[in-house]
Design a protein around this ligand. Structure first.
Ligand code: NCD
Length: 326
């Protein structure tokens, strides 16, 4: 079984303070779980008897399902909470909902919420009560989406060295993140992991969706024009336009957005010869990237991102639920 010795976190809330050792521990452990998933039984007993509750207060397809599958592959029991049909509609608070799951025996709460900070607040309350419950942030508002950041990192590193992914593989690689950076928790988590890896990181988007302040967060290059940003790129990470988080009219039209910032086969001509395209999903086909590109296995790593998600989330659940850190 993979070693948990470098893992000392009680909760996984963000990548902002992740260390290179932690990144490498996740990458190595996810490779072991990928081997389990490729095997015949596809399951290990690591979390037998433990309960993983998925508390998703916001819509999700791949994150929720892959957490559920990851928990099952580790032999944990998983519970799924649906806010629309829950006691939230009767006035129960989110903290009381979390405590209800704790009282039922949940060991790990996987939380997604439209408001930044909610998983952190629940983690603090769980600690205050000495509950022993671990909290895993599955995306909070515009703050962070650490498991997406880690599965993106795993996908990038395994595309270079499938058996031995490690942070240093991305040192000096030109990685371009394109689109709605402002509203993207995925971009924020990727910013931390990719700068920790020493990648040559470039952000590009319309001025309304890429404020200059991003350059103060980490060593990144900002662009408002796609062409120069893409020159010589090794990887292009596209992001969904988060219309549900846009309070004002920040875009002229989706057509114009695609014309200026949409990734197409033609646009990729200026990139490096082995360029690959990623997208965390869900994709607006023909907006963030052209439909044919998305389905081209020579250029798109999008299916690999989804596949990686299960092994990476197994590693994280294993770290949080396995040997309990003190
Ligand atoms: C992302 C999210 O929810 O932040 N999706 C995901 O988890 N795969 C990105 C998005 O919604 O655009």
């Amino acid at each position: 079984m993979p070693a948990t010795s470098v893992w000392t976190r009680r909760h996984l809330l963000a990548l902002a303070d992740f260390t290179p050792l932690e990144y490498d521990a996740v990458l190595t452990t996810a490779v072991s779980f990928q081997a389990v998933l490729a095997g015949r039984t596809k399951k290990v007993p690591a979390l037998q008897g433990q309960v993983v509750a998925n508390l998703f207060f916001e819509a999700s397809t791949r994150t929720r399902s892959s957490f559920e599958l990851a928990a099952k592959r580790l032999s944990a029991d998983s519970l799924n909470f649906a806010p629309g049909s829950s006691s939230l509609t009767k006035g129960e608070t989110i903290l009381d909902t979390a405590k209800t799951y704790w009282a039922m025996g949940a060991n790990i709460l996987v939380i997604r919420h439209q408001q930044a900070g909610v998983p952190g607040a629940i983690a603090a309350e769980m600690d205050r009560l000495s509950s022993g419950v671990r909290v895993l942030n599955a995306g909070d508002g515009q703050h962070e989406h650490p498991t997406q950041g880690l599965l993106d990192l795993f996908t990038l590193c395994t595309s270079i060295d499938p058996q031995n992914p490690r942070l240093e593989l991305l040192a000096g690689k030109k990685i371009v993140i394109v689109g709605d950076i402002l509203h993207s928790r995925v971009a924020r988590s990727n910013l931390w992991s990719l700068t920790a890896a020493g990648a040559d990181l470039h952000l590009v988007g319309p001025p309304t969706l890429l404020p200059p302040q991003f350059a103060q967060l980490a060593p990144v290059h900002l662009h408002w024009d796609l062409g120069p940003a893409l020159e010589g790129a090794d990887f292009v990470m596209t992001l969904r336009l988060q219309k549900e988080r846009m309070s004002d009219n920040l875009l002229p039209s989706l057509r114009e957005y695609h014309q200026r910032y949409g990734i197409t086969r033609d646009r990729l001509q200026v990139c490096g010869p082995t360029v690959k395209v990623l997208h965390p999903g869900p994709v607006n086909r023909g907006v963030e990237l052209s439909s044919d590109l998305m389905d081209d296995p020579r250029l798109s790593l999008i299916p690999q991102q989804v596949t990686s998600g299960v092994a990476v989330r197994m590693a994280l659940l294993y770290f949080l639920g396995g040997e309990q850190p003190v």
